[in-house]
Ligand binder design. Structure first.
Ligand code: HAX
Length: 435
């Protein structure tokens, strides 16, 4: 067994014991009372899942295994000569609950490089899709085509003992994470560069090689992608993509099936697709207002028109957060450092000043502040990645790091099939109208 996998194995027994003992002692404690409003309200605020990799605090933002984004920017290893955290590091932290050192992240990089090969039929499946197929659809199709490689599927058919489920899940997860940048880059080059594909560079790290295969050679773009892949990697368990991956995985669907299902959720405009919608909306606004940097007044009028047309302002609001998303702040700081005079950055900054008070005045929006998607597109546009339909694929590649770490743990801890109860309005009325 490889060293990383063996190290993971050594973590299972103590973690399983901790959970078992905890349930034995506190299993009958109540952690919340669910109101009828919450049943109709998308289960907002109902704690119903265990996800160890990260926790979202409404007032503070995301913490990965207890560490905030600024703490991770300081503590996680960077690429030699670089500043931004390496995604290998956050993956290691989420999976192993340990901060890695430089050698460890290099080991993860090398491990993924060894696993990164994609069988040719996957590319053929993608090539069979019409060119105008949305990149997220191509991405999900590619992930499903990769399922021929599922170790879990093979092991299950052979009759694997349930205590060993984690092993092929671990291999499938590591293989898929290793392959996603190649798959995503293939889609990008196919759609926007006449199928002029770029071979991987095995001397680079995971995100650096991804940037290289997309066709962006500059070190600054690599640094951006390292930061991007780190901060988009996980957002506790209840968001649509994370929750879906856990739910589908609970039926013992393998990593490929579970992750593809979650990516279909990420592709919704209220979730991950918001990153493309932000740029689409911002560019349309700029063009309609005559180009250049529009005044605050003109932006405010445009925002109000969007709202009056019954549309949301993409990139603002959140189901859990109640402040500016620290992932937004990390990206804003990157822009301030590397491109303070970029015109689109100035527009995004102005939108940040204008939108929150307008949303607050509506009286119904619980969080008027920007989320992660309000900034990411501007940074990508700056370096020439202007094809915004592709942005959610980048988000998806990153999301594999947290969600698949969780899925490995689900199998290691023998998490059961997920099956919450449901009821009907008639039954609720019968029960409560009497009171
Ligand atoms: N613009 C206009 N109206 C908004 C709004 C926004 N940005 N955010 C919330 N609202 C509205 C809701 O549509 C809802 O209106 P109705 O009562 O008329 O239906 C009302 O305010 C209350 O909503 P909420 O409780 O504040 O927000 P929800 O938890 O229901 O929804 C969303 C959270 C993120 C879906 C929401 O804020 C939204 O649609 N934002 C714009 C899309 C977006 O940026 N999505 C990405 C979120 C982050 C993410 O998942 N990234 O992947």
């Amino acid at each position: 067994m490889e060293r990383l996998k063996e190290h993971f194995q050594s973590k299972i027994e103590p973690a399983a014991k901790e959970v078992k003992d905890f349930i034995a002692e506190y299993g009958d404690e109540k952690i919340s009372e669910v109101k009828i409003r919450q049943l109709y309200g998308g289960m907002r605020g109902v704690p119903a899942l265990i996800t160890e990799t990260s926790k979202l605090d409404p007032a503070e933002g995301i913490r990965f295994r207890g560490y905030s984004i600024p703490e991770l920017q300081e503590k996680l290893p960077a690429y030699p000569g670089g500043n931004e955290p390496l995604p290998e590091g956050i993956f290691y932290l989420m999976l192993f609950n340990e901060l890695p050192d430089d050698d460890t992240v290099r080991r993860v990089s090398n491990n993924w490089m060894r696993r990164a090969n994609i069988p040719p039929h996957v590319f053929k499946v993608i090539d069979a899709l019409p060119m105008h197929t949305h990149p997220m659809t191509q991405f999900v199709t590619g992930i499903m085509a990769l399922r021929t490689e599922s170790e879990f599927q093979k092991a299950y058919r052979k009759g694997i003992n349930k205590k060993d489920y984690w092993q092929p899940t671990y291999d499938d997860a590591m293989n898929l994470i290793a392959r996603l940048p190649r798959l995503a880059a293939y889609i990008y080059r196919r759609m926007y560069h006449n199928g002029d594909h770029i071979e991987p560079d095995s001397s680079l790290d995971w995100a650096g090689n991804f940037a290289h295969m997309l066709g962006f050679p500059g070190e600054e773009f690599r640094e951006l992608l390292r930061l991007y892949m780190t901060i988009h990697s996980d957002h506790e368990g209840g968001n649509v993509s994370g929750h879906t991956i856990h739910l589908v995985g609970s039926a013992l669907s393998d990593v490929y099936q579970s992750f593809a299902a979650g990516m279909n959720g990420l592709a919704g405009p209220l979730h991950g697709l918001a990153n493309q919608e932000v740029i689409r909306w911002t560019l349309a606004m700029r063009d309609e207002l005559g180009g250049g940097l529009p005044s605050k007044e003109l932006i405010a009028n445009y925002v109000k028109d969007t709202l009056n047309n019954g549309q949301v302002i993409p990139g603002f609001g959140h189901a859990v957060l109640r402040k500016t998303d620290p992932r937004y702040t990390a990206q804003r700081e990157f822009a301030q450092k590397h491109m303070p005079h970029d015109e689109l950055f100035q527009i995004i900054s102005r939108i940040y000043e204008v939108v929150p008070p307008i949303l607050k005045d509506l009286g119904k929006v619980k969080n008027p502040w920007p989320n992660v998607d309000a900034h990411s597109g501007q940074l990508l546009m700056h370096y020439g990645l202007t094809q915004y339909d592709f942005y959610t694929v980048l988000f998806g590649v990153s999301r594999s790091l947290g969600t698949l770490s969780s899925l490995i743990w689900d199998r290691a801890l023998g998490m059961p099939i997920e099956r919450p109860g449901s009821t009907t309005t008639a039954l609720l009325k019968e029960q409560y109208a009497k009171k």
